[in-house]
Design a protein around this ligand. Structure first.
Ligand code: AMP
Length: 214
């Protein structure tokens, strides 16, 4: 099963990708997570990407495409994968299509997270993440077991630099300008499935399960 999760920042892609990963036994591949790990490790890629990320801007296609195409060659992706946050531009989608066509393993489903953009600021400002990369929670919609503490490692949760209100606006603009055109791109390819991303976590999960296993 090869699936893309497409939707604006804060629409729940990451949380749902982790759920689908557990249900289907295929890895969630998040370019945001891969880039944040590169920043933590201070690799050359991480140092190049950090300024764009902190500002809420997209990292250049050339860096992200190479990173993603390498990641999906790993053995754990042989049986499929869930792409979360990639592609985000038409050139990224074209590069992915070309690579997968060459390997004879095209995308099966693109899940389009439909949500009113006005609700997203609330979701993003309440988001808290583990500084060690163990996951993310929400102060209201998905709180950790203990207040402001990572369920996995016990570290104090933090707010992402790019979850501050002015950066959120920049990210929404990037979504509208660069990522929204992918809805038409994948609809034309006949693989797009819309889901209502505003409901309860379990309701959204059920919709996703239904469209990816149809
Ligand atoms: P995310 O965790 O998906 O919200 O991504 C966080 C940040 O990482 C984005 O705001 C971008 O700066 C960068 N990023 C992640 N994925 C991509 C991508 N596919 N293309 C460009 N930049 C990306």
């Amino acid at each position: 099963m090869r699936v893309i999760f497409l939707g604006p920042p804060g629409s729940g892609k990451g949380t749902q990708a982790k759920r689908l990963q557990e249900a289907q036994g295929i890895p969630q591949v998040s370019t945001g997570d891969l880039l944040r790990q590169a920043v933590r490790d201070q690799t050359e890629l991480g140092r190049e990407a950090q300024g764009y990320m902190d500002a809420g801007k997209l990292v250049p296609d050339s860096l992200v495409i190479a990173l993603l195409l390498e990641r999906i060659q790993a053995g754990d992706c042989a049986g499929g994968f869930i792409l979360d946050g990639f592609p985000r531009t038409v050139p990224q989608a074209e590069a992915l299509d070309a690579a997968l066509a060459e390997q004879g393993r095209p995308i099966d489903t693109v899940v389009n997270f439909v949500i009113d953009l006005g609700r997203l600021v609330e979701r993003l400002v309440g988001r808290r993440v583990c500084p060690g990369g163990h996951g993310e929670w929400h102060v209201r919609f998905n709180p950790p077991q203990r207040d402001e503490v990572c369920d996995v490692c016990g570290a104090a949760l933090i707010q992402r630099e790019d979850d501050q209100e002015d950066r959120i606006r920049t990210r929404m603009e990037a979504y509208r300008a660069d990522t929204e055109p992918l809805i038409a791109f994948y609809r034309e390819h006949g693989v797009l499935q819309d889901i209502d991303a505003l409901g309860e976590l379990d309701t959204v999960t059920a919709q996703i399960e239904a469209v990816v296993t149809r």
